[in-house]
Ligand binder design. Structure first.
Ligand SMILES: [Mn+2]
Length: 226
């Protein structure tokens, strides 16, 4: 049976991305969807895009891709962060074409699953939520607003109040392990921080993981390495 496979945040970790794609032993009918933040922070963003093209991986827009594209489309370098600059130096014209083609989310009707980078607010239709929101949400604060974990450390993950359907597979919030809830699974296991790169096979709910070769970046919110 063909598989629908989601892959967590790669963040430029090309060696681990290639190792995972090999470990999956992909068949031509399999569909592979990367949850976004394919690039940045790690060593080789260009090669990650090249691998995505080579293995026919569909990649969703993450907050990192969104920021790079906004800066480019609006010709506003003030939007960029320091770690965007080495990435931009690596990117070729076809890489930008790949980034520009990234969808905001992918819905798979067979499994009633949506794959998105950050998540959704639970109290309104998911299909029409703003791209900034769905690429950046981590928690829901006391007032019911979407927030970042670092700004609202006591606030609960959005996934705690999302009960599906659709089932949501997402990345963006790195954790030492996947976060499973009845209506969702978060699969950013912090590869770039020395954790794992995780693939989730939607049909049978199984995981395939590869360990990071090293910690390429550091986060105050995670064990170092993860
Ligand atoms: Mn992200």
């Amino acid at each position: 049976m063909p598989r629908t496979i989601a892959i967590g945040d790669v963040h430029g970790c090309a060696d681990e991305f290639e190792e995972l794609l090999e470990a999956l032993e992909l068949e031509p009918e399999d569909r592979v969807i990367q949850v976004g933040d394919l690039i940045n922070r790690g060593p080789d963003s260009h090669r990650c895009i090249e691998l995505a093209r080579q293995y026919r991986v569909e990649s969703i827009l993450g907050n990192h891709e969104l920021r790079l594209l906004s800066a480019r489309n609006q010709n506003k370098s003030s939007l960029l962060k320091d770690y965007d600059l080495p990435t931009i130096r690596q990117l070729l014209a076809e890489d930008w074409t790949f980034l520009q083609s990234m969808p905001k989310f992918i819905y798979d009707g067979t499994t009633e699953t949506v794959i998105v980078h950050g998540g959704f607010l639970p109290d309104r239709p998911w299909q029409t939520q703003d791209v900034e929101l769905i690429t950046s949400i981590q928690v829901i604060d006391k007032k019911g607003n979407p927030g970042k974990r670092s700004d609202a450390p006591e606030a609960a993950p959005w996934a705690d109040s999302w009960h599906g359907t659709p089932f949501v597979v997402y990345g963006h919030t790195p954790r030492p392990n996947v976060l499973e809830r009845p209506g969702s699974i978060g699969i950013d296991t912090g590869c770039v921080y020395g954790g794992h790169l995780t693939a989730y096979i939607i049909e049978d709910k199984s995981l395939v993981e590869v360990r990071a070769r090293k910690a390429y970046a550091h986060s105050k919110r995670l064990p170092d390495p993860v």
